[in-house]
Design a protein around this ligand. Sequence first.
Ligand code: GLP
Length: 243
Amino acid sequence: GLVDFGRPASVAPTKRAQVRGILEQLIDTELAPGDAIPSERALVTRLAVSRVTVRQAIADLVEGGVLERVHGKGTYVTGPQVDSRLHLTSFSREMRDRGLIPATVVLSAREEAADDEVAYALRIRPGRAVVRVERLRTADGTPMAYEVGNYPSALFPGLLDRELGSLYDVFASVYGVVVTSGEQTVRAEAADAHQARVLGIAKRAPLLVQERVTYAGDRVVELATSAYRADRYRIHMAITPRG
Ligand code: GLP
């Protein structure tokens, strides 16, 4: 659901916010992505509130991306909304922590020679073998991210024979490599034709693209680009005074 930024304890939630909360609960417990929500009339009866309030609450959820209006048809549940706190966590774990079921479609996986850019980031010699994995990541069946990662073959022999669902799990359980830190940038990008097709979104739709270099101790284990759907994924940060 929508992130709850909290509110001052002394301020009572408005009717609109209350109804929004009830609707979110109803969506979580009774509906699945793609389902239509009950009609305004039905909600007015069920929740015993005015039509105006129901409309406002629905408008808030449309605005927040939880619901989507399909012209002439109705209002539908869109799918999971994830607020990422950008911890050093895997996709699988991040989704599970939110009660969503992660899944992976491996689009391609192969060993190749590192080009200059990949070699530089992974701190290996150009031409050394790297495993390049291209994956679609889903949460509760909804496409969330398109990821391309590069991993030094020397660190992960036989990686291509493994199940590439959660890479961080495989690294830890098979190779004893536990990720300890990372450097990451996030930028906005418009989906190209390939990304749009894989993610099931319109070409040029907005993406949040994370570029990550990941370390296990002082070894570089990953150079990955993860393109998240901007309508499904937001970045949430706690902001504190500058020290
Ligand atoms: C996130 C990171 C990727 C990383 C992935 C690992 O999505 N942006 O850089 O490869 O997590 O997740 P998993 O262990 O589920 O494969």
